[in-house]
Design a protein around this ligand. Structure first.
Ligand SMILES: C[S@@+](CC[C@H](N)C(=O)[O-])C[C@H]1O[C@@H](n2cnc3c(N)ncnc32)[C@H](O)[C@@H]1O
Length: 276
């Protein structure tokens, strides 16, 4: 993937879907793709794990990748304790970035797929993980996961992705898709903030970044000089997540408070979901 023709194919333009406002949703996703491509060119590792001390290309690649191993091992321990997944053939890492967690999931599953909206993130993921033969990385610039049939995966995983989407409807749509593509012996595990401080809600760096970008300032300049970036941060309250999961035919079997993100938002969870 990667050339213009293939990119065009993977967008929502050529398909009908039930999502209302399809064209505005297409525009939002194209804009999201541009934002993440820009971040991937400027400082990809910090865009993924935005620790203050790692800003401006300060992540060492080995240390960065080791955080993914720790995260994947922890998740696999949690799902193992829940007796899931019963099979270990296939896993999906939705919004995989450069494959930080995907890479370690390949240790547990026969085949792992990482998908991301940003072609540039996928390019880096392929470069960093080229030696692993049971991983594939794909670009998906769609508001759904229709590239995968129902019941495709034993594990569907997503972390630090849903909060960066343009609106709550798109978040809920992807959650429904996670449940559709997991099989009934498998498990979905996703992380999502429930509440942010009002300061974060009303004053974001994105609000300054976007108009300046439109005025013609380069993204790299805005980042280097003022630390500005285009990342969104949205939340979905826990009760709305429960409703979304239930409506999609899922059942939340465990919810864990996502404490490691405490500095970025007030309340967040990791949800463990099976098909009901
Ligand atoms: C903060 S990074 C997290 C990456 C990875 N999950 C990790 O924890 O290492 C967010 C990633 O989500 C991707 N992303 C954002 N919106 C997406 C969408 N609608 N579909 C797929 N990927 C998306 C971005 O391109 C970016 O790589």
């Amino acid at each position: 993937m990667g050339n213009q023709e293939e990119l065009k194919e993977s967008t929502t333009h050529d398909r009908e879907d039930s999502f209302s406002g399809r064209h505005s949703s297409d525009n939002l996703l194209q804009s999201l793709r541009e934002d993440w491509d820009e971040l991937a060119r400027i400082d990809p590792l910090w865009a993924i794990l935005s620790r203050a001390d790692k800003k401006y290309m300060a992540w060492e690649i080995d240390e960065f990748m080791s955080t993914g191993s720790i995260e994947a091992d922890k998740i696999m321990k949690e799902v193992g304790a829940l007796g899931k997944p019963e099979l270990s053939h296939t896993a999906l890492d939705f919004g995989c970035g450069v494959g930080r967690v995907t890479r370690r999931l390949a240790h547990y599953f026969d085949q792992v797929v990482g998908i991301d909206i940003s072609p540039e993130m996928i390019r880096i993921a392929k470069e960093l993980n080229g030696e692993l033969t049971n991983i594939s990385f794909e670009i998906n610039i769609r508001n759904d996961l229709s590239i995968f049939p129902d019941d495709s995966f034993d594990l569907v995983y997503s972390s630090r992705v849903l909060q960066h989407l343009p609106n709550v409807d798109i978040v809920k749509h992807y959650i429904s898709e996670f449940i559709r593509i997991v099989n009934n012996k498998g498990i979905v595990c996703f992380q999502l903030p429930a509440r942010i401080s009002w300061v974060r809600r009303y004053f974001s760096k994105r609000q300054i970044y976007k108009p300046l970008r439109q005025l013609g300032f380069a993204g790299s300049t805005l980042y280097k000089i003022a630390g500005l970036h285009p990342m969104e941060l949205i939340t979905v309250p826990e009760n709305e997540v429960v409703l979304t999961v239930n409506l999609a035919g899922g059942n939340i079997i465990k919810t864990v408070s996502d404490e490691k993100e405490i500095y970025f938002y007030k309340e967040g969870y990791i949800y463990y979901v099976i098909k009901s």
